[in-house]
Design a protein around this ligand. Structure first.
Ligand code: APR
Length: 400
């Protein structure tokens, strides 16, 4: 079924209105639709845009298990590559951590606890989004692209609704019983929270220059270089494309350095002279990322529930964001299905606390990784540089 057929078939109400077609919204919509729940997915961007926007690329073992459980992991198994190793490069040499075997990769889950371990998949997020969307549409799911949610209203009352701007610019009101805010950190769900909702915000005090290089990966592991000049990271995406990161001075524009200077700096921090050269290639994309994070508390406001980036934003250092989004979507789908099919609202009542426990664990791990990898992250500034360099060295030695 095509998306326009879906659009024509839809009315302007649904039991569950899902905002945002990222990993959170798409997993949720697939699971609800499979359970026979009347739902609609409203997405601000075009279908082409959501399917081509490059984002994260690491899926933790528990994410694979969740997708498997619901028959959504076909593309991941066919085209994703498996791995579970990272390599730290430091002044004391390099060492590898087989985190797949250690079982650190999972977020845990309703049944899957993080201790189960397993391998990560490298699978570009736009491919996962494409798989999830195709599966949803092929099974008759309703979606509206180019439809921006403006606000969620009456979430506390008997008739919750979402106001939208339709593709032709017309304002519309969607009515529903529940609204799932999966529309990211700048979406309508967050904007519609009451003034007393808490948003914990933290700036790790670190900035990254993120690079996408048209070049094959240079090592068969995630590479983390801890260097006095700052962190450098290497992450495989596909056999032809590799992501690199450089810790970057905040405020300096992404275009400030030539490609040559960037590659020379990557060589230096990744210690290419000692461990072998990096495969160079044209830089397809540059972006600046301030490593900040936040958590909204609680994740429920009446009949509005937040999931994914709308619920919590994680700094990218530990690649947890998409994995949390999928986990929360599975929990929310189960809770909404129980409420709508059996009148059992226990899952909805416990949703916020259950997800916040996972979110804070992921935030804690991400903060620990951030302090391990970077020169002078927030909280260390003002301390004698040799002191925190020695702490970092000691942390790496314990890890080793
Ligand atoms: N109305 C409708 N859709 C919206 C609106 C809006 N007002 N605002 C944003 N959206 C859409 C975006 O266009 C996007 O497609 O919501 C979707 C949100 O998707 P993601 O940003 O991918 O967020 P999420 O599904 O929570 O996935 C979280 O994936 O790449 C990682 O780092 C990322 O941690 C994040 C994770």
């Amino acid at each position: 079924m095509t998306e326009s057929q879906n659009s024509r078939a839809s009315g302007e109400s649904a039991d569950v209105i899902v905002l945002g077609a990222g990993p959170a919204g798409l997993v949720l919509a697939n699971l609800l639709h499979a359970a026979g729940i009347d739902c609609v997915l409203l997405e601000r961007a075009s279908r082409t845009h959501v399917q081509t926007r490059p984002r994260a690329g690491f899926l933790a073992p528990n994410t694979g298990r969740i997708l498997d459980r619901h028959g959504l992991a076909g593309g991941l198994h066919r085209h994703g590559s498996r791995h579970g190793t990272c390599e730290f490069r430091t002044r004391d040499g390099r060492f590898r951590l087989d985190y797949g075997a250690l079982g650190q990769g999972g977020q845990g889950g309703q049944s899957g606890q993080s201790g189960q371990g397993g391998q990560h998949h490298v699978y570009p997020q736009q491919n996962l989004v494409t798989d999830l969307l195709t599966h949803y549409l092929d099974h008759g799911g309703r979606v509206r692209f180019d439809t921006e949610a403006l606000a969620v209203g009456d979430a506390d009352g008997a008739a919750p609704y979402v106001t939208t701007r339709e593709p032709d610019g017309r304002p519309t009101r969607w009515t529903g019983r529940y609204v799932a805010g999966c529309d990211g950190r700048h979406g309508a769900a967050r904007r519609s929270l009451p003034p007393d909702a808490v948003r914990h915000h933290h700036d790790h005090g670190v900035t990254w220059l993120g690079l996408l290089a048209q070049a094959p990966p240079s090592l068969d592991a995630v590479g983390y270089a801890v260097h006095d000049r700052g962190f450098a990271g290497h992450m495989a995406r596909t056999p032809e494309v590799t992501r690199y990161y450089l810790q970057w001075q905040r405020g300096v524009p992404a275009e400030a350095w030539s490609e040559q200077r960037i590659w020379d700096e990557l060589d230096l921090r990744m210690r290419a002279a000692e461990h072998g050269p990096l495969h160079r290639g044209p830089l397809l994309e540059r972006g600046i990322f301030d490593l900040t994070c936040d958590v909204v508390e609680p994740l429920r406001h009446g009949s509005l529930f937040l999931a994914g980036d709308a619920a919590s934003l994680l700094a990218p250092a530990a690649a947890k964001g998409a994995n949390l989004a999928v986990l929360e979507a599975e929990i929310l789908a189960g809770a909404l299905t129980d409420a709508l099919t059996r009148g059992d609202t226990a899952g909805l009542d416990g949703y916020s606390d259950q997800c916040l426990a996972h979110i804070w664990r992921a935030q804690e791990f991400t903060g620990w990784m951030t302090r391990l990898l970077h020169v002078a992250p927030d909280g260390e500034q003002g301390t004698e540089p040799s002191f925190h360099a020695a702490l970092r060295r000691s942390r790496l030695a314990s890890l080793r």
